[in-house]
Design a protein around this ligand. Sequence first.
Ligand SMILES: [Zn+2]
Length: 169
Amino acid sequence: MIYPIVKYGQPVLEKVAEPVTVFDAELEKLVADMFDTMYAAHGVGLAAPQIGISKSLCVIDITSGEDPNARIVLANPVIVSTEGKQTDEEGCLSLPNFRAPTTRPMKATARAQDLHGKEIMLSGEALLARAFCHEIDHLNGILFIRHLSMLKRDSIRRKVRKMVKAGEW
Ligand SMILES: [Zn+2]
């Protein structure tokens, strides 16, 4: 099932997600749906709050479905260490058509649980580190525009407000 993606402005995107406590077939189905939704939207990551579900769960695939082994599922993830810095264009499925250079760590290590509740540690560099940080931010109610200058963030907010008024958001 492909879910509609919740856009910036919806409160679910700006609150801390609830921990995942039950690792069952229902969670597996939700994760499969999240991958389908992410691929349909041409994203490389999707967090559960982006489909309106306040659960600490995200999926990532920086190959956009080309490599089945690149699929990553993180339940209850936290960033445990970072190294270096990178600045590159970043976007978000919840803020369609807005992209901006965003600074992130070059390397990030996350501790999480997998689909079966087993504890895992994953490290990523470059785009994967960016994806870890972006998606885990979502689970803490933080959107990437929080990392931009106030000027840039306000300009995006104003544009979104105009689009909301025009019924285009
Ligand atoms: Zn996002």
